[in-house]
Design a protein around this ligand. Sequence first.
Ligand code: ZN
Length: 555
Amino acid sequence: MTNDYKVLYRKYRPTTFDEIVGQKYSITMLKNAVKNNKISHAYIFTGPRGTGKTSTAKIFAKTINCENPKDGVPCGTCQSCLNSNNNADIIEIDAASNNGVDSIRELINNVKIAPAYSKYKIYIIDEVHELSEKAFNALLLTLEEPPSHIVFIFATTNIESVPITILSRCQRYDFKKLSNEELSTHLRNIADKENISITDDAIEEITYLSDGGCRDALSILNQLSTSNESIDLEVVLNNYGSVSLVQIKNIVNAYVENEYNQIKTIFENLEKASVDYKVFLKKLIDQFFQKALECKEQKNNHLYLKIKDTIFELNDVINKININVDPFLLIFLILVKNVGVQEPNDDIDSVDVIDSKPLETKTVEKKDALTKSEKTPLKESKTVETVLETNDSTFENDTYLAELKKVRINNCFAQADKTLLKDSKEKWKQFNDQVSLVDTIKSIIIDMEVVLASSTINLITDAQESIVEMFNANLESIEEKYEEILKQKIHFIAVSSSEWESYKKDYVKKIKEKYVYQLLEEPIKVLKENQKEVEEKDNYEDVISIFDKEKVEIK
Ligand SMILES: [Zn+2]
């Protein structure tokens, strides 16, 4: 640190347009206004604190008063430029402390007096929304017919509180929060100039804590640098922020990687007493949003949809919180609802049966057809992929499931019955109530409902497509569980609420056209008839490939 210690944000307050961090659009427009000599009588700069509104106002004032500005930049040599640090023609007023009508009246009386040595007399009114109603009215009189030498530059963090009558007479510029990149580059520059030793992850954390505000970021850097020790992430975390970017990122990464235990540990270690769950939630959603964008760019649609659903659910937490619920518990449950569920096309070796496992298990049953082959002896089973004899197993599972879905929906419509529906809804509720909270099935079925029923098939819906997908991927274990609890064998199939709407319309249309639903055979039954032959052929070929086409006897 240098000896002539100044608070960093004052020391590095920008004095030229080029030194303003971010705000490229506003700066370009203002420079162009100067270049084209199109100066308005009133400007309003609005945006969050610490985004450069007041600094920009001062630089703009200096520039429009310069006698020879070049490319929208003050010359630095004319009389107005030379006097810019103590310029009688640039008057700054903080409306937060001078908000009464008297100070505005005084201002207005002075408005009539011509500038001392510049083109314009410029009033910079900071936090203009703080003015009283009477003060605004007095100001309005001047704004309606401003003397030609007058320019007002208003700055506000709260544009909603500025009367529309004032706004309609101003050119408006919106100042944005700084991006993480803008802010961290700025922090790095200043740290280097000040010989402050700071790690990149510490800068990232400060950037995160200051939420796009330059002043807050520099205040934190300032505070931490006073000890003259090098600043690393731990120093930042010990001094600021009860929930850090690192923690939030860890949660999101654990979610993406299906690491239930890791999420649990992070939640256990959260110092809940000192974390505002709303702040926590906002940060978590922000981070998930970033991740969702990444997935979209990488065309990882499966993960994108999963994250998207989680974001919507997290966003809903605020409405669901009541005094009896620990918000962190609710957030935790939403997060782990989808964690631990295998994505299609994953390693088959890790696949296991779901229903007897607690929530901690990472592995969950795969799609119906595959699971069957895992659970039953080789001789009796055949996976769909082998039967179809193609190479892309994901495609085959999807094809099988799509076919099964089509058949079950058709068959359910063919034998649907209103009385059965009432009964099925009742039973579904009993089932839902009796499945234990630690069972992963519970997190899938909890909000689902029966919308159509025959004596053998129930059609189930959920608004979320990812839930529907998971339900259908776990059909067999859900059906087994149902049978175990209700002593009744029912086949299920799930459709999303929007799919259900179109199936209903389609049904009505078909009925009007006198269409007769025929019962269709489920795909798995058709496959079973051929499976033995196919299997033997396959085994034989496997052995051949091992022995490099030598003749091998098979019993
Ligand atoms: Zn000048």
